[in-house]
Write a protein of this length. Sequence first.
Length: 262
Amino acid sequence: MEKQTTRASEGMAGLAKGLAILEAFGPERTQLTIADAAEEAGITRAAARRCLLTLTDLGYLAHDGKWFRPLPRLLRLGFSYLRSDPLTQLAQAILASVRDEVGESVSLAVLDGDDSVFVARSTVSRIVSRAVTVGARLPAFCSATGRVLLAALPDDEVEAYLKRVNLLPRTPQTNVDAAALLATIRQARADGYGVSDEELEPGLRAIAVPVRDRAGQVAAAMSVSTAATRMDADVMLATLLPALRRGADALGNMMAPVHGTQ
């Protein structure tokens, strides 16, 4: 307890507020007003204004008098992670190999808070979805990678997640019933794979498998997304799942156990 108190007292409240504002931007929210930023970050408008103007002065945001928008300088933060994280460095060649085998785009995601976040990707020339890109955050409950990552958690943590998050439908097919979702996540745990069939985006099917390190701990999820018109669910399981599992095993065998595991 004493260590936590000391660490909290040494924290920089202003930096925390600025980061909270940056995290409010996303594919569905590309611009913010001062009022928007204050609401999203849970801070006063005065504090939000100071943070936004500081980020603008530093070149991270642009301001037209009302709206604040991200500038390319923000990409430096993401690229720093991608260049330093050993998982993404190890994964790229394997993702490319699976992509070449199945002829579909292959991605790697990790669980960050309540979202599945894509940290690496190897694409084919055709665009299946603009929502699935490196850095994209998807709701874990309705994405294939998210279901696989949630399946690695104990049931009590999954139940707490389902009570905590806002289960908003993304398409008419999205399952938003907490009890049914818990059963789906348990099934993904038993099967060793998870699917999302037009629940995240109309016309988009995806399948994902866990990537386990050498200690057997789930470190990420590897997925393939495809157009529903090009491949039905049965064919997806028969053709994509074996290649995904081989790729996940190859990546997992290259990963040292997380520090502290036996």
